[in-house]
Ligand binder design. Structure first.
Ligand code: SF4
Length: 598
């Protein structure tokens, strides 16, 4: 067994045994284990042995690139400890790998432009990597002599820059002989990408064992793969673009005019799908759109809106049974409903699947949603001392719509009191921007701590900067973070040690019901499930658990969690929290004692 640490954490050995059972029986296992139990190390300990013995490849699949590094580092440690040379390849999207100075950093047009360069034999790094170049000194053989068996994608990219090799081609070459491939969910669940990847490596699903990390994100990710949208603005742009294109046998002018007319008409009253069906089921239209797009791409080095329309038509035509459509004043949305449409085949045909998460409750729902036959389901307790976390709810406030106006002043007072009373960094998570703003307006006076506020539509860099500044301000009184639950501040980011000593959750953060949620409720009702639970309640609880788990990331971390909504005390909601959650009614004495020992 390959295990990089000296000793196991509590429950880690049981987790490994359970994973072994799953693999031996070619099953799909769902494992809910709290942060800190060592899920990644357990999965590697179990799966690597199995894969080597049975000549299978391990695909470690994540929904975020930041998770790749953790796996690569674990394998580097394993290689050192056992003095072996196990090869791992870190696959990221081609556009993130590209070293062409004109193409890297482009948006959706990147893929078409890259393809064109390859076809024209105009990409030298590609020619070098495929051995078609005359520059013998930059050959792939020289690269392989210097290559280390486990490298992060950014290191591989740097090295490829030195050797003038296309990092994507190189990583695919390496993947052929790699024992472990770390990749994104798109590499596995987008049929076109998986077929191309598996074709190059020369494998089928049966040759693979999959480990899905943070697997609670899969339903959302798979639904977004199935989704698309088209707006009136994009159609307007497409018409302008088409004016520049040479007119071929089939002229798109009428089609674009009619499409624009339908979108404008739609503003006055929503049109039925039949109007669009008539327009979208014409093969000549699709061919002409793609050909015109090729012209724009060639001349303006960008994907046109004609390309967007072509993609939208394809999405409109395909997989209808697992999608829904809805129209707003100027946009038509296609939304994926059924993630199992993409995942069922993977789980059925692979040689074993391990799905892991710290927030996988209720597990039967995830298994139903992802279409897992005979799932093997296990939950594990936290390895950290129970006394390091205090979770309490207030039963005198709520953000329930009918009672919200009355509760908001009370909630604001509670937040003010707690953040002034306790020194150190505290995060306050809100159900929506509206609630955040209305509480923030009542906050500005009488707060000792500096308040960092999440803005609407922040970029990844802005988000990172805000989190870094919040963490830096932990000394003295500390600071407060105001953010919306379910976003990049409450999931996938760690606040270790005293970066965060308390979390306040404002309200039970049900989203405003919208067309998409209603369509999901109907869809799961039609599958004999309780649609309201699957589409609305359970995903909300998962968001709360994710946010509340930010404070405790190691054995020595201590944190309090205050839930400002009486609904957290209701048995039907309380029972949905993981087993290691002990939700208590707020008790001031207990709270004061706890914070005095922090
Ligand atoms: S072949 Fe490789 S280096 Fe060339 S454009 Fe495509 S991704 Fe970039």
């Amino acid at each position: 067994m390959f295990f990089r640490h000296e000793k196991m954490r509590p429950n880690q050995d049981t987790l490994i045994e359970d994973m072994n059972f799953v693999l031996k029986n070619k099953l799909t296992g769902l494992f809910e284990a709290p942060t800190g139990l060592g899920k990644t190390d357990a999965a590697l300990a179990s799966v690597l042995d199995f894969c080597i013995e049975n000549k299978k490849k391990l695909f470690f699949v994540t929904t975020k690139n930041t998770q790749h590094k953790i796996v690569i580092e674990a394998i580097i440690d394993i290689n050192k400890k056992y003095n072996i040379d196990m090869r791992v390849v870190d696959l990221v999207a081609k556009s993130n790998f590209c070293i062409d100075p004109f193409l890297s950093g482009l948006g959706s047009e990147f893929y078409d432009l890259c393809e064109k360069k390859i076809k024209k034999q105009a990409c030298f790094p590609h020619l070098n990597a495929t051995g078609k170049s005359t520059q013998k000194n930059k050959s792939i053989d020289l690269f392989l002599k210097e290559y280390k068996s486990a490298m992060h994608s950014s290191e591989l990219r740097e090295m490829c820059l030195d050797f003038d090799l296309c990092p994507y081609v190189v990583s695919l070459l390496l993947a052929k002989s790699a024992q472990v491939i770390v990749c994104d969910a798109n590499h596995i669940f987008v049929n076109k990408i998986r077929s191309a990847l598996f074709g190059i490596i020369g494998i089928s699903l049966d040759d693979c064992v999959f480990v899905f990390d943070e697997a609670h994100n899969l339903p959302h990710r798979l639904r977004s793969i199935l989704s698309d949208s088209l707006s009136l603005k994009q159609i307007n742009f497409a018409r302008k673009e088409y004016e520049k294109c040479p007119k071929e046998e089939f002229d798109l002018t009428d089609f674009l005019e009619t499409l624009e007319y339908l979108f404008v008409k739609q503003k006055d009253g929503f049109l039925s799908d039949d109007y669009f069906d008539k327009l979208f089921y014409d093969e000549q239209v699709l061919t002409a759109l793609l050909s015109a797009d090729g012209f724009i791409l060639e001349n303006e080095k960008k994907n046109s809106n004609l390309h967007r329309i072509a993609n939208f038509i394809l999405s409109w035509q395909t997989d209808k049974q697992v999608k829904t459509k809805f129209k707003t004043k100027d946009t038509i949305y296609i939304k994926g409903l059924d993630p199992s449409f993409l995942s069922r085949l993977i789980f059925q045909q692979s040689s074993g699947n391990i799905l892991m998460s710290a927030t996988f409750s209720p597990m039967q729902m995830y298994s139903d949603i992802l279409g897992i036959p005979n799932p093997y389901i296990r939950q594990y307790g936290s390895p950290f001392p129970k006394e390091n976390k205090l979770t309490m709810y207030f039963d005198n406030v709520t953000t329930k719509y009918e009672e919200r106006a009355e509760s908001l002043p009370l909630i604001a007072d509670l937040i003010k009191e707690k953040i002034n009373k306790v020194s150190g960094n505290i995060a306050v998570f809100f159900p929506s921007y509206d609630v955040l703003e209305s509480i923030y307006l009542r906050m500005s006076e009488n707060t000792i701590k500096k308040i960092f506020v999440q803005g609407k539509n922040m970029t990844a860099n802005e988000t990172k900067r805000l989190i870094d500044n919040f963490k830096k301000n932990k000394v003295g009184f500390g600071s407060v973070l105001f953010a919306v639950v379910g976003g990049s501040f409450s999931e996938g980011v760690d606040y270790p040690g005293d970066d965060l000593i308390g979390i306040i959750m404002v309200g039970f953060p049900f989203p405003e019901p919208d067309y998409e949620i209603e369509a999901l409720i109907k869809f799961y009702d039609s599958q004999d499930k309780v649609g309201w639970n699957y589409a609305y309640l359970y995903p909300t609880v998962a968001k709360v658990v994710q946010a509340c788990g930010r404070g405790i990331r190691s054995e020595t971390d201590k944190a309090f969690v205050l839930l400002l909504d009486k609904r957290f005390g209701w048995t039907k909601y309380k029972s949905l929290f993981p087993t290691d959650y002990n939700l208590l009614k707020y008790d001031n004495k207990k709270f004061s004692e706890f914070v005095s020992k922090m």
